[in-house]
Each structure stands twice: as structure tokens, then as C-alpha cells.
Ligand binder design. Sequence first.
Ligand code: PHE
Length: 341
Amino acid sequence: MPEGAADLDRLEAEARAALAAARDVQALVEARARCLGRKGSISTLLRGLGALPPDERARAGEAVNAVRDRLEAFADARRTELEQESVSRDLERGRIDVTLPGVPSHAGRLHAVTRAERDICTFFASLGFSVEEGPEVELERYNFDALNIPDDHPARDSHDTFYVRPGVVLRTHTSPVQIRTMTGRTPPFRFIAPGRVYRHDASPRHSPMFSQVEGFLVDERATFADLKGVLYAFARHLLGPATRLRFRASFFPFTEPSAELDFGCVLCEGRGCATCSRTGWIEWGGCGMIHPKVLENCGIDPERWQGFAFGMGMERAAMMRHNVPQIRLLYEPDVRLLEQL
Ligand code: PHE
């Protein structure tokens, strides 16, 4: 198969065109096999040289080898080119436009009651009160007996207690923390004890779980006037400087004298609305001078020491601060609602 110089040139041009036409590395590998592989056109050509007379054979061989070397070099160069193109394409496709607006992520935040609780703790810290905690699963002895609430006392009914087992209850108020904190300590002291409490109460205006903040101070001279002063400062810090309070004479076995405390409804500014049952007032909690029996139960001499205590609902305050008309809304798992708080 004698090949003229013109044929060789044409073959080289065709091979170059085929290699140049490859659009990706895979196509290039295939084109290369067709031109330069063992069964490719160049190999076939080299094999055909054997038929030539010896003097022509050497010259033609040189020429074909030169063509093969050039094509190899061309294929290598093309491969590098294609690889670079593919890298650039990948970069182009995966490009990030850092100026695009981001996808907003939902940041969690503290619940309105948690925020009220933290605010309350900070406020009382400024009055020198430290924060105490007690268990939500409480001994009946601390929840009732030590607080001067005897077995048959009607106050036990009014608390609608959840019993865990005989002698153990879900605490119905934060007052047992008074007992836990005062026992074995020597006055003077001032503490607050915020936390959850539980009452079995089916009415829709109540929740079976709610939060109270207990506060108590024991000193050689502590009066009801001190109690009122502290509660006024507390209410006005929490609900604004114009907040009005109303003390109603009441009864608790663990305080004497005792009062129930209402604040002027913030939602209607005292005019009367559904939240305050059209009275203009919202029940907030109870308070009074700590009963001598309670001090005695804690090993404190009531002849020397006296004190006051209060227990206030925290949801009530959180509701006023966030314009929430019903306590249940605070515990509704509705994100649209919680986001507004
Ligand atoms: N523990 C009472 C209640 O939950 C409130 C209270 C606390 C009253 C402290 C007086 C003193 O109803």
C-alpha cells in the first residue's frame, strides 16, 4: 500500500480534524484510538511499509513516524485543553452568587413566661433576694403539712392536687420551697423561688400547669408595710409605673394576716374586658405575714424572727406584657402565635 506524500498529508489533516472535533475527554480517547491505536490508520500505514522497496521504506517510515509524533503531541495538547474546559465548566456551574439574598432561618427564642421569669429574677436580685428552686414532684409533707395545712383542711381541696403516689404530689404551689429553704438556715434572709405548679382544674380559664414566683423575707423587723412596698415595686417594674394594686383580706393557713392581691387590668386599663371578667382587676396571687407555726416548723424562733411571703402567677404578668387575653394561648403550640409574643 504505497502512500504518496499527498495522501500522508491528507491522513494527518483528517486525524487532526477528528481529534480537534472531540468535545470531551471520552470522545478524544475514542478518536485517538481510531487514528493512533493498534488498529488505527497510522498503524495500518506503518504495517503497509513492509511492501515497499528498502530505500523507499526508510524514508516513508520516517515520514509516517513524524506524522504519528505530531498527532500524539496534538492529542496530548487537546486532552489538556479539554480537561481545563471541563474544570472551568464545573466552576461555572457551581458558582455561588454571594450577593443573592439568603434563605432566612427560623431562630428560636425564649418563651414569654421564661422571659418574664428572668426579668423577675433580675428585679429581685436588685433588692437583694437570691433565687431558690424546689422539685415539681414534692412531698405532701412540704406541700401541705409543714405549711400548716392539716389533713382535713379545705385548702387541700381548693388546690385540686395531682397525686403521684401516697405522700407524693405534683406541687400545687411554690410555697413548699419556703420550707425547704428556711429549714436549717438562720435568718435574716430573702429569697424568691420561681417555678411550675400543677392543679387539676378543668375550667377553660385555667391551665393544669402554670408558674408562680414565691418570695419570702425573714428578719427581726419585717412588716406588712414592707410587703406592700416590695409588691408595689415588683408590679410597677413588671407592668409599668402606673400599675394599681388591690389587697383583699383573705386566708391562707401559712400566713397571718393574709391578703389576696389583684392588679389593675393592663389590657383594658381598668375599664373592664373579657380577660378581667369586666371587673378591671386581675387576680395575681396571695401574700401575708409568715405564720409563726411555719417558722417553727423550719426551726426558726417566731419570738425573734418574722417575715412576709407572697406567691404570684407568672403567666398573668406575661399575658399583660404581651397583650395575650387567655392563659391557654401562651401554651398553644402555634408558631404563628408564639412568633408574635
Ligand atoms: N401559695 C399560695 C397559693 O398558691 C399563695 C401564697 C404564697 C399566699 C405565699 C401567701 C403567701 O395560692
